[in-house]
Ligand binder design. Structure first.
Ligand SMILES: NC(=O)c1ccc[n+]([C@@H]2O[C@H](COP(=O)([O-])OP(=O)(O)OC[C@H]3O[C@@H](n4cnc5c(N)ncnc54)[C@H](OP(=O)(O)O)[C@@H]3O)[C@@H](O)[C@H]2O)c1
Length: 340
């Protein structure tokens, strides 16, 4: 059995991780951490787990987590994870970090978008971006996996098969995405309160979202050239799920059928990306509580534009499901174990 632990278990992604890990046949959840004042039954903090586990939650130090576990998941805010991960790695244990702290290789970009100095730039050369569809072999050998952001997962999986064929005439593409409210985390306040979100629909951080440099860095690596993303995130009054719509001007004529074949071929061996048939478009309800990302394409032949859509659950393929997929790779398990 692989011994695992979760730090930040009381948050949305921590809770989702626990749900998945308790159901995983080859995993034993050994330690769960939250900043509790005294050790407390997990079921008191998260009543959904009553009679499912007797785990006790403590404010474990990173060293204590490392002592009891082979792999530690960090479901912590960005800027917190970067202080924790090195202490677990120093004990010879592996880390899957759900925050953004080890995703960007360029610390000046990190510092600009996250408004804080990176404390461990030396670790960035060893961290691997945890998108298995692109970096599977590197993830298997890594001790530090930087689990991707939820929007980047939905947009990169939708964009890469198209861009690898170099059929766009633009130096950028437009990505318009809508997310449910859990994307902001349980600790969020203010604009994410029920009354502010319910019965409304708005864009936010237009032209300045921190996921833009993350997507552009991975696109440059995957394509071998620069590609910019004009990204507008929106908040919709649902709990979970992301629907992204991408627009690519075409450099040559093609049909929807041809593009469906490009995507189907690209994802032929992928367990968690489902390319939908021509004329069928993704819906958030079809991916909720699953690790699937559904992708569909449509060519607007009159305007010569390809439209690509994707849907995923931000807490699953957008966070905790993908983190368990990465753990399966690290541990040498079948990639789908505990996820299908
Ligand atoms: N939500 C998503 O859809 C999503 C998707 C992809 C990635 N992520 C990333 O995953 C990470 C966790 O996100 P989340 O949505 O689960 O957030 P969350 O619901 O707000 O939970 C984060 C947890 O971290 C702990 N925490 C907060 N501040 C801390 C501090 N200063 N020191 C130590 N622990 C602290 C809190 O637990 P205690 O108060 O119990 O200690 C909190 O419950 C974030 O980095 C986020 O960007 C989230």
């Amino acid at each position: 059995m692989l011994k695992v632990g979760v730090m930040g278990v009381r948050g949305y992604t921590g809770e989702e991780l626990l749900r998945l890990l308790l159901g995983h046949p080859d995993v034993e959840v050994c330690c769960v951490q939250s900043r509790v004042e005294r050790p407390q039954k997990l079921s008191e903090l998260l009543p959904a787990f009553a009679k499912k586990t007797d785990l006790v939650c403590k404010n474990h130090s990173p060293e204590e987590m490392a002592k009891g576990c082979d792999v530690v998941f960090l479901a912590l805010p960005h800027t917190v994870s970067m202080g924790v991960a090195p202490r677990i790695l120093a004990e010879g244990k592996k880390v899957i970090d759900l925050s953004a702290d080890f995703r960007l290789k360029d610390t000046s970009v990190y510092e600009r978008y996250y408004k804080t100095k990176h404390l461990h730039p030396g670790l960035l050369k060893n961290s691997v971006y945890g998108l298995p569809e692109l970096y599977r072999e590197k993830i298997k050998k890594s001790a530090l996996v930087a689990n991707p952001g939820c929007y980047p997962t939905s947009i990169l999986l939708a964009a890469i098969p198209f861009l690898k064929r170099k059929k766009t005439s633009g130096a950028f593409f437009v990505a318009d995405a809508k997310s449910g409210v859990t994307g902001a985390g349980r600790s969020s306040t203010g604009a994410f309160q029920f009354a502010d979100v319910n019965e409304s629909f708005k864009a936010y951080r237009v032209g300045e979202h921190q996921h833009v440099p993350e997507m552009e860095e991975i696109l440059a690596d995957a394509l071998g050239e620069k590609m910019q993303v004009v990204f507008t995130p929106h908040l919709v009054p649902i709990n979970r799920g992301i629907l992204s719509t991408l627009y690519f001007p075409l450099s040559e004529k093609m049909t929807t059928g041809e593009l469906v074949r490009v995507y189907s071929e690209f994802y032929r061996n992928e367990s968690f990306v489902r390319v939908l048939p021509e004329g069928v478009f993704p819906e958030v309800k079809n991916v909720l509580y699953t690790n699937f990302c559904d992708v569909a394409v449509k060519v607007d032949e009159e305007r010569n534009v390809a439209v690509v859509l994707s849907a995923l659950d931000n807490l699953m393929k957008g966070a905790s499901g993908q983190a368990v997929q990465n753990m399966n790779l690290l541990a040498g398990f079948t990639e789908t174990k505990g996820l299908l």
